[in-house]
Ligand binder design. Structure first.
Ligand SMILES: [Zn+2]
Length: 60
């Protein structure tokens, strides 16, 4: 099994982790209802995707 042979130093470990940063999720506004939603996702508010395609009956 591939396993690390040697333990890295604290400095090396911390230098690797220094590049970890949080990224803000890419949020766009739904063209149908102007509600914020994630790209490539069905709008959670109006259930539309790519124009007028209504895929889910979420509305009440
Ligand atoms: Zn919408």
């Amino acid at each position: 099994m591939p396993n690390p042979t040697h333990r890295h130093t604290r400095s090396r470990r911390d230098k690797r982790r220094a590049n970890w940063k949080i990224e803000a999720p890419n949020i766009i506004l739904c063209p149908e209802c102007q509600e914020p939603r994630l790209p490539h996702h069905i709008c959670p508010n109006c259930g539309s995707y790519r124009g007028k395609k209504i895929l889910e009956a979420v509305e009440k």
